[in-house]
Design a protein around this ligand. Structure first.
Ligand SMILES: C[S@@+](CC[C@H](N)C(=O)[O-])C[C@H]1O[C@@H](n2cnc3c(N)ncnc32)[C@H](O)[C@@H]1O
Length: 236
């Protein structure tokens, strides 16, 4: 796959465990790929502003937070859900970094850690804050974030009423995390169909062992990036 939107920008400041929170056992999505997927999906959306974005397998919301930081004022709302309640506090903490108040709190937290342990990694993390403040200040409106627990394979568990313009999700591959249920992608697509508009774009990232057979969606794009398979879809 040739990157159409990512042009060798340095995203080092977004690496997990510096300013952004990481959590043991939660895989983090490559930032340059997240940036590429958001911009490719954007191509199919009209209008391209006040957008709502949903990740139904959000983990620590690293994917959502990095997209939101790099998207330059196009997003208004984000929904983040996961079956695992243990990851949702990390998700909420990462999404809090989209506000100046959240960033100030995180900066104080790292300063306190530096005073206690004087680690090089703390100095490095503190040096990244200017880039975060610059990106957050570009958003005139705060992005509204809703974090909740939801099993995306269980249609009876879908209690939130919302419609997202865009879904981007990195489904479990069975390495660090696996599906809490059976045949994931097709069921996810059926259930997500209740939470999108007819012209929304759904971007599914999986490994090559998982095949989409769900025919309620038509393919806009499909490509391979390393071991990952990406499909951009729209309801038929
Ligand atoms: C590959 S990780 C996603 C990582 C995330 N993109 C990030 O950047 O932090 C997949 C996530 O799917 C979640 N998951 C597994 N089964 C699920 C289900 N049935 N419903 C919702 N989430 C599920 C796991 O708990 C895990 O957090």
């Amino acid at each position: 796959m040739e990157y159409l939107h990512y042009k060798n920008q340095s995203f080092e400041f977004l690496s997990p465990g510096n300013v952004l929170y990481g959590q043991k056992g939660i895989p983090n999505f490559p930032v340059k790929l997240a940036y590429e997927l958001f911009n490719r999906a954007l191509h199919y959306l009209d209008p391209k502003k006040n957008l709502s974005l949903y990740d139904p397998c959000c983990g620590g919301a690293y994917l959502l937070t990095t997209i939101a930081l790099l998207q330059q004022g196009l997003l208004a709302t984000m929904y983040a859900s996961d079956i695992n309640a243990d990851v949702l506090s990390t998700a909420a903490k990462n999404l809090s970094l989209l506000t100046p108040q959240g960033l100030q709190k995180r900066e104080r937290e790292i300063q306190t850690l530096y005073q206690a342990y004087s680690k090089e990694s703390h100095i490095k993390a503190l040096s990244f804050f200017d880039q975060f403040y610059t990106l957050v200040d570009q958003n005139t409106e705060t992005i509204q974030c809703d974090v909740f627990q939801q099993d995306i394979l269980n249609p009876h568990n879908m209690q939130k009423a919302f419609k997202a313009d865009l879904v981007i999700t990195d489904v479990p591959y069975g390495n660090l995390v696996s599906w809490s249920g059976k045949n994931g992608i097709d069921v996810l697509l059926d259930n997500v169909s209740k939470q999108i508009h007819s012209n929304s774009v759904v971007c599914i990232v999986s490994d090559r062992h998982q095949k989409r057979t769900n025919q309620r969606y038509r393919r806009l794009e499909k490509f391979k990036v390393g071991k990952r398979i990406v499909e951009l879809l729209r309801l038929t």
